[in-house]
Design a protein around this ligand. Structure first.
Ligand SMILES: [Zn+2]
Length: 96
């Protein structure tokens, strides 16, 4: 399934590593959550408190979407970023 970009920043993020966000774009808000420490904690620990914090972040940042739709959009970006090349982030660190 091909993802549709909701704005220019989302289009660039779909095409490669892009860190721009646009106010008022639901997909940008979901992408911000997907890249947040809250998401990292929930994915890494799967602890109930971390999952609850992620749900609360979805509710706050994506108030116009039902929770399950908001979570699905966040997970869409999470999966997208995990498959994206991260060489730009790893460059010049001196570690593998
Ligand atoms: Zn966007």
């Amino acid at each position: 399934m091909t993802q549709q970009a909701e704005c220019e920043d989302c289009a660039r993020a779909l095409a490669g590593l892009w860190l721009g966000y646009r106010a008022g774009c639901t997909s940008c808000a979901a992408r911000a959550i997907a890249r947040s420490p809250t998401m990292f904690d929930a994915a890494a620990s799967r602890a109930p408190a971390a999952i609850t914090a992620l749900r609360e972040a979805c509710t706050r940042a994506l108030p116009t979407l039902p929770l399950e739709q908001a979570r699905a959009e966040v997970m869409r970006w999470w999966r997208h970023d995990k498959g994206a090349p991260a060489t730009a982030l790893k460059r010049d660190t001196g570690t593998p």
